[in-house]
Ligand binder design. Structure first.
Ligand SMILES: CC(C)(COP(=O)(O)OP(=O)(O)OC[C@H]1O[C@@H](n2cnc3c(N)ncnc32)[C@H](O)[C@@H]1OP(=O)(O)O)[C@@H](O)C(=O)NCCC(=O)NCCS
Length: 175
C-alpha cells in the first residue's frame, strides 16, 4: 500500500472502509460540479470506483493511482487525489493529475500540499517525466492550485464539450 505523510495529511491507497465517506463526496453535486463524469448517482457506482482503485493498487501493471486524503490528526476522510498513467514510453511516464475534496476543507491549502507530496512521489518512485492536468476556465480554485504548484500553462482549448446532467455544454478548458 502506498502511504505518503505530509505535515497535516495522510495520502494513502484506498481501503474498503472508505466507501461511505467516499460516496458522500463523489455524489455531492456541488463538489463534483466540474467533474460530472466522475460524480456517482448511487452507492453501487461509488463501490465500483472504490473496487477499481483497490484492484489497481494491487496490480503489477498499475496505471491508476487514486488515493484517499485524510487529516493526519483526526484521520477524517477529506477527499481524493491521484493520477493516471497517460503515456508510458521508454523515456518515462506522463501522469495526468486530478483532485477533489469535501467543501468544508476548501481554501485551507490542503490540495496544494497533497499535490506537492504526490508529485514528489511520482517523480522519485514512478519513473515520471511529466505531470499534466487541466480545468475548466471557471474553476478558479483549481487553476490557483496549478499555479501554486508551478505548473506551466501549455494550451487553452476552445469549445470543449462538457456533459452536465442531460445537457451538452460547450466550455473553454484550460490546461
Ligand atoms: C479546487 C479545489 C481542488 C482546491 O482545493 P483547496 O484545497 O481548496 O486548494 P488550496 O487551498 O490549496 O488553494 C486553492 C486556492 O484557491 C482558492 N479556492 C479554493 N476553492 C475555491 C473555490 N471553490 N472558488 C474560488 N477559490 C477557491 C483557495 O482559497 C486558495 O486560494 P489562495 O491561493 O489565494 O489561498 C477544491 O476547491 C475542490 O475540491 N473543488 C471541487 C472539485 C474540483 O473542482 N476539482 C478540480 C477539478 S479540475
Amino acid at each position: 500500500m502506498i502511504k505518503i505523510n505530509t505535515d497535516r495529511l495522510v495520502i494513502r491507497d484506498h481501503v474498503e472502509d472508505d466507501l461511505d465517506a467516499m460516496h458522500s463526496l463523489l455524489s455531492d453535486e456541488k463538489a463534483m460540479f466540474y467533474l460530472p463524469d466522475i460524480r456517482t448517482r448511487n452507492l453501487e457506482e461509488t463501490k465500483r470506483n472504490l473496487q477499481t482503485a483497490m484492484e489497481e493498487a494491487n496490480s503489477d501493471n498499475r496505471t491508476k493511482y487514486f488515493f484517499a486524503i485524510l487529516d493526519k490528526d483526526s484521520q477524517e476522510y477529506i477527499g481524493e487525489i491521484g493520477f493516471t498513467k497517460a503515456i508510458d514510453c521508454d523515456y518515462g511516464n506522463v501522469m495526468n493529475l486530478g483532485y477533489f475534496i469535501k467543501e468544508n476543507y476548501w481554501g485551507k491549502g490542503i490540495v496544494t500540499q497533497a499535490c506537492k507530496a504526490i508529485i514528489n512521489y511520482a517523480f522519485h518512485n514512478l519513473h515520471t517525466i511529466k505531470i499534466e492536468t487541466g480545468c475548466i476556465t471557471d474553476n478558479i480554485g483549481s487553476e490557483k492550485v496549478m499555479k501554486k504548484l508551478g505548473m506551466i500553462k501549455e494550451a487553452e482549448f476552445k469549445n470543449m464539450f462538457y456533459y452536465i446532467k442531460n445537457y451538452t455544454i460547450a466550455l473553454n478548458i484550460e490546461c
